[in-house]
Design a protein around this ligand. Structure first.
Ligand code: DAH
Length: 343
């Protein structure tokens, strides 16, 4: 057989060899690189090759040998890689699942979202605004005179060295912002966080949440307000819920009232939250004072309106039987985890 042809054939065989496992790789090694490999005898053929072809033959033979070595290296690498790959693919289906830590909604958010949805259903639109507010929006526009005790440093957090900027003490400041920018009819709710410089205890905190409501149009009456708030109470606390309105005072409404919802005194929490009366104070409300409308550029001869401010924390505490308001702000995961299944 032509030795040149033989070299060519072997070269092709080597290039085309694939191995699936270590045995096949070893067979390749023995065949082409072992002590009795099939390339060796070809070197002995050198003396039978014509002189002018010897150089070419030698080069081709060497090329064949290095090709076998290179191919062996390549196959070996491929095999270890694919074995590693297979190991990775071997998934143990019996292993226990690593549980993903699920987050939970904060009880204040749960109650607040529920309240928002109730008002959205009857056409109120959410308006959000700043927590660092100007004195004018928080107090002056809301008909709260300069010498009102609420402005006292004892109650209000003013920004350092400022008499103008403060942390809003109520979401009523959003009323002024909306009235300055929108024309009636206005029907908004403004949920958010508010701050007061109060001593922290089981019952009160220096930060809490409110939802402000404002409805301004032609011919809005106290009866409209009462029906709206009764609807809210029924949706929020159950259809048999009883409410009562007590006369009250707020600088920005006239007349003003506070609304209580009947909770009874069955549990320790309701007893404590209602101070033993069974009535939970839920919100302040009233007809928007004409001064407020005028301060914010709305003609009080043409328009009337009602407003209300709901406290969130008390309802959240009643709903989830939470006895201490501080638990709501400590963010202890052992506490928060308990609300995992509530939306
Ligand atoms: N801003 C009052 C507060 O923080 C709550 C309130 C009372 C809001 C009467 C109102 C309202 O809009 O009409 O205690």
């Amino acid at each position: 057989m032509d030795v040149f042809k033989k070299i060519q054939e072997l070269l092709e065989d080597i290039e085309q060899t694939m191995v699936e496992n270590a045995d096949e790789l070893e067979k390749f090694r023995i065949l082409y690189l072992g002590t009795k490999n099939c390339i060796k005898p070809l070197f002995a053929e050198m003396r039978n090759v014509a002189n002018e072809q010897k150089k070419d033959f030698g080069q081709k033979l060497n090329h064949l040998k290095t090709s076998a070595e290179a191919r062996y290296k390549l196959l070996k690498e491929g095999l270890t890689e694919s074995q590693g790959g297979e190991e990775k693919k071997q998934i143990d289906l019996t292993r226990p699942v690593k549980t993903q830590a699920l987050g939970s909604r904060h009880p204040v958010s749960i109650v607040m979202n529920q309240m928002i949805t109730i008002f959205e259903r009857i056409g109120f639109v959410v308006e959000e605004d700043r927590e660092i507010e100007e004195d004018w929006y928080n107090f002056t526009a809301m008909n709260t005179p300069e010498d009102h005790p609420a402005r006292d440093m004892q109650d209000t957090f003013y920004l350092k060295d400022s008499t103008k900027y403060l942390l809003r003490t109520h979401t009523s400041s959003v009323q002024a912002r909306v009235m300055m920018n929108q024309k009636p009819p206005i029907r908004i709710i403004a949920p958010g966080r508010v701050y007061r410089n109060e001593t922290i205890s089981a019952r009160s905190h220096c930060q809490f949440h409110q939802i402000e409501g404002l409805y301004i149009d032609k011919g809005v009456s106290f009866a409209d307000m009462k029906q709206t708030l009764h609807y809210f109470a029924k949706e929020m606390y159950g259809h048999e819920t009883k409410i009562r309105l007590r006369p009250s005072f707020f600088p920005f409404t006239e007349p003003s009232a506070e609304m209580d919802v009947w909770m009874g005194t069955d549990t320790d929490t309701t007893y404590r939250l209602t101070k033993g009366t069974g009535w939970l104070e839920v919100l302040g409300c009233g007809m928007v004072d004409p001064n407020v409308l005028e301060n914010c550029g709305i003609d009080s001869e043409v328009y009337t309106g009602f407003a209300f401010g709901i406290g969130i924390e008390r309802s959240a505490m009643q709903r989830f039987d939470i006895s201490d308001i501080r638990l709501l702000f400590e963010n202890d995961v052992r506490f928060l985890n308990q609300f995992r299944s509530v939306l």
